[in-house]
Ligand binder design. Structure first.
Ligand SMILES: Cc1cc2nc3c(=O)[nH]c(=O)nc-3n(C[C@H](O)[C@H](O)[C@H](O)COP(=O)(O)OP(=O)(O)OC[C@H]3O[C@@H](n4cnc5c(N)ncnc54)[C@H](O)[C@@H]3O)c2cc1C
Length: 325
């Protein structure tokens, strides 16, 4: 059962920021994640501030320089089906298409997808884990087959969003509005590693709202997203990779390799990118890049299978994205 809370639906962003400033307030966008968390008492709130009526936060617009602005309340379906996104930012369209089920994509927003809570079953269950002000991460000696292999400790969640790694690969940033004004943060810097703070997932401060996502011009870069899951229905990534590759002729001039299902944040592999830059991608180079991406992996007792899974996935996706015919 849900704990009682009050409900407000502000008519402007300014009102929403003000309403969120009080202690115990929680922001509601599409509600697909928030309501599950409240129902399961992952956390409770005293007041729900629904931004769902703020039309100015909906929609996809091109910018004068050829980039894109996506309002935080734009549904994931809208992102997946946008002809412009599909043409210029294929990796983002593919990531949006890979999210959950059609119903959840129709209701869930891109802002909510970036800010959703982790899916660790200890965090979501009746365990007072580190992320819920407890003293330990139960995954360390528990059921850890879905946990992270990179960037873990002292908590070992994996970041759940499919769109976030694609946005990191595309060098996107988020615009944030809050009590202290407006700021812009690269999506790459938006999520927080547990080593820095195990009790928050993002850099958002009290009362701050993501208002839009800004993508720079694609400049002809190819991008893709693929995830492997346990079953051919809705599910979170066991392993996923977002790529953005710029080719000069058939040589890689710019590369982004970002893993999902690997780490507590979308995991950019600078090691893999360094292998790719200046190279024509063949089987040997793809294999070296995949090897480099996993070099620092530290699997837990039950998730060692992710290492070869990621290797194969990265190799296959690099071959697919650099294919010239
Ligand atoms: C069964 C199921 C399967 C799923 N599978 C996948 C999957 O495969 N891949 C995937 O990526 N996701 C998956 N999800 C997560 C789903 O995509 C998210 O629930 C959805 O994107 C959240 O969007 P929302 O608008 O409903 O957010 P809400 O539920 O309204 O909010 C989620 C969280 O983000 C915060 N928030 C929302 N919007 C903002 C904003 N603009 N600024 C600041 N904070 C904000 C809220 O306060 C809340 O804490 C799944 C969810 C479910 C329930």
């Amino acid at each position: 059962m849900l704990t009682n809370f009050s409900y407000v639906r502000p008519k402007s962003l300014k009102e929403a920021v003000k309403a969120l400033a009080s202690g115990g307030a929680g922001l509601h966008a599409g509600g697909t994640d928030l309501l599950g968390c409240l129902r399961d008492h992952v956390f409770d709130i005293k007041k729900m501030v629904s931004i769902s009526g703020l039309k100015e936060l909906e929609g996809i617009r091109t910018t004068a320089d050829g980039g894109l602005r996506i309002g935080a309340l734009t549904t994931i379906t809208h992102v997946a089906e946008s002809a412009f996104v599909k043409e210029r930012y294929a990796g983002l369209a593919q990531a949006a298409e890979a999210v959950a089920s059609p119903q959840l994509r129709n209701q869930g927003t891109i802002g909510g997808n970036l800010c959703q809570k982790p899916r660790c079953w200890y965090y979501r269950g009746e365990f007072r884990c580190l992320r819920k002000s407890g003293q330990k991460c139960f995954a360390v000696s528990g059921e850890n087959q879905y946990h992270c292999i990179l960037g873990g400790g002292p908590c070992f969640i994996v970041h759940p969003s499919d769109t976030a790694p694609a946005l990191v690969a595309l060098d996107a940033s988020v615009r944030i509005v809050g009590p202290k004004g407006t700021r812009s943060v690269a999506v790459e810097k938006f999520h927080v590693l547990p080593g820095a703070d195990a009790r928050r997932e993002t850099v958002l401060g009290p009362g701050e709202i993501v208002t839009e996502i800004v993508l720079p011009p694609a400049q002809g870069a190819r991008s893709s997203y693929r995830k492997v899951r346990d079953r051919a229905a809705w599910d979170f990534a066991l392993a996923g990779v977002a790529l953005a590759i710029q080719l000069s002729g058939d040589v890689v001039s710019r590369a982004r390799v970002v893993l999902s299902g690997a780490a507590p944040i979308p995991w950019r592999s600078l090691e893999a990118e360094q292998v790719l830059i200046g190279q024509k991608v063949d089987g040997t180079v793809a294999s070296k890049a995949a090897e480099a991406a996993l070099r620092n992996a530290q699997p837990l007792a039950q998730n060692g299978y992710k290492v070869p899974l990621f290797r194969g996935l990265i190799e296959e996706e690099l071959a697919a994205i650099t294919r010239t015919t």
